[in-house]
Design a protein around this ligand. Structure first.
Ligand SMILES: C[S@@+](CC[C@H](N)C(=O)[O-])C[C@H]1O[C@@H](n2cnc3c(N)ncnc32)[C@H](O)[C@@H]1O
Length: 392
């Protein structure tokens, strides 16, 4: 296809690099739906060898980064677009340009006012593996993570690393679950909003999705602070509301997130996700008191739980195993993994669950496994079972 729109896009990419107003480029919409490579993201970085176009190839399970000179990079983008992708979003500080293939003979090219008017950042090698841009970032400074000059504050490095890792994991999950365009995300117990802001910004401005994101938080002071930042950043589809995980007014939830929600608040969140048939439920549990208090293992297992610290760790493992089994019983493909090394935070286990489309009824075999586990540890009930009315 000799596509005039495509040629215009290539010219725009070329010019934006020459004029140093290139911000980023996202390729999406594979021509072959089941292809392993899902997206390509391009941005400008400065490394020892000089200024380069850095392409992140996002595969189903990993990211691969390759740095190119501008001319090689443009060539690579052209190749990827012609043979592999149907859609490209180019952000420059002058305009947003959206190219889309409609059919083998038809395409569109739409130019809108720039959604980001920041001067492009030429990042250093040290920063290049971070997904979140620190310079001219509208939320990191008011949240106390970065200085007004765009540097991560001393003492906030771990937090920043944790936010980046979280964004990497959650954006993978969102893409693997096949979301496109608009969908709704509820972040339960959003606290100061670090992760909520970062996720909204990344999915919207880097991945080109249109998520509607709601942070739900008990404490009014935090809600007001976050909404103030939202207002100043001009984030149209992000809001924070005061309320509880159990009853806050969020009618449609495609993705439910609850990070470090204390003790049984994680269960309230999973319960809400299951009840509202959320397609994705992501939790990073915090403390695990409910099961620890009940745990009364006998015989050999009693040797483990007689030591306080080991009982605590065992309680964490049993609590999260039962959560994972319940999610599986309710038709969710579930993974439990460490999302960041323990050297940065001890609260590093993530439970990520994606609802299977073919799910029809609760899997009784999983419930039997839960009963066996509870009996082994002398546990009467798990709070999530209570919420789901699986026990009396
Ligand atoms: C440890 S903080 C985590 C904040 C944020 N998710 C993070 O990971 O950075 C937990 C937050 O959840 C809020 N919270 C606890 N229980 C809640 C509930 N039932 N409904 C809404 N918010 C809750 C607390 O006020 C607190 O701000």
């Amino acid at each position: 296809m000799s596509d005039e729109n495509l040629q215009k896009l290539f010219i725009a990419i070329d010019e934006s690099l020459k004029e140093a107003n290139f911000i980023k480029l996202t390729l999406s919409g594979r021509k072959v739906a089941e292809a392993e490579l899902k997206n390509v993201y391009a941005r400008v970085v400065t490394i020892k060898a000089g200024t380069r176009l850095s392409l992140v190839y996002r595969y189903a399970t990993r990211d691969v980064t390759r740095n190119f000179t501008f001319s090689e990079g443009v060539e690579e983008i052209q190749k990827q677009l012609v043979y592999g992708f149907n859609q490209a979003i180019l952000l420059t500080s002058n305009a947003d340009i959206h190219f889309m293939v409609l059919s083998p003979t038809k395409s569109t090219l739409k130019t809108k006012a720039a959604s980001q008017t920041l001067t492009p950042v030429f990042m250093h090698d040290k920063q290049k593996s971070r997904l979140i841009n620190v310079q001219n970032n509208p939320y990191l400074t008011p949240l106390g993570i970065s200085t007004a000059e765009g540097k991560i504050k001393k003492g906030s490095e771990d937090k920043f690393r944790q936010i980046n890792k979280y964004i990497e994991e959650v954006s993978h999950i969102v893409e693997q679950a096949g979301f496109e365009g608009q969908f709704s995300i509820a972040d339960m117990g959003s606290g100061k909003g670090y992760l909520t802001f970062a996720l909204y910004d990344y999915l919207t401005h880097t991945c080109g999705f249109t998520p509607i994101v709601t942070g739900v938080e008990l404490r009014k002071g935090l809600v007001d602070q976050c909404n103030d930042i939202v207002h100043k950043a001009g984030y149209a589809n992000l809001k924070f509301i005061q309320g509880t995980i159990e009853s806050a007014d969020v009618p449609n939830i495609d993705i439910l997130i609850a990070l470090h929600a204390c003790d049984t608040a994680t269960d309230e969140a999973i319960f809400r996700g299951i009840s509202q048939k959320a397609r994705v439920i992501v939790t990073a549990p915090c403390c695990h008191k409910q099961i620890r208090q009940q745990m009364n293992a006998q015989e050999v297992l009693g040797e483990i739980t007689k030591f306080g610290i080991l009982k605590e760790r065992q309680a964490e493992i049993v609590t999260d195993t039962i959560r994972a089994l319940i999610l599986e019983a309710y038709g969710y493909s579930t993974r439990v993994f460490e999302f960041i090394s323990t050297e940065h935070t001890p609260k590093n286990v993530m439970i990520a669950a994606v609802r299977k489309r073919e799910f029809t009824s609760v899997d009784g075999a999983k419930l039997t496994q839960i009963e066996a586990l509870k009996s082994l540890f002398g546990i009467e009930f798990h709070y999530l079972e209570k919420l789901l009315k699986l026990t009396k």
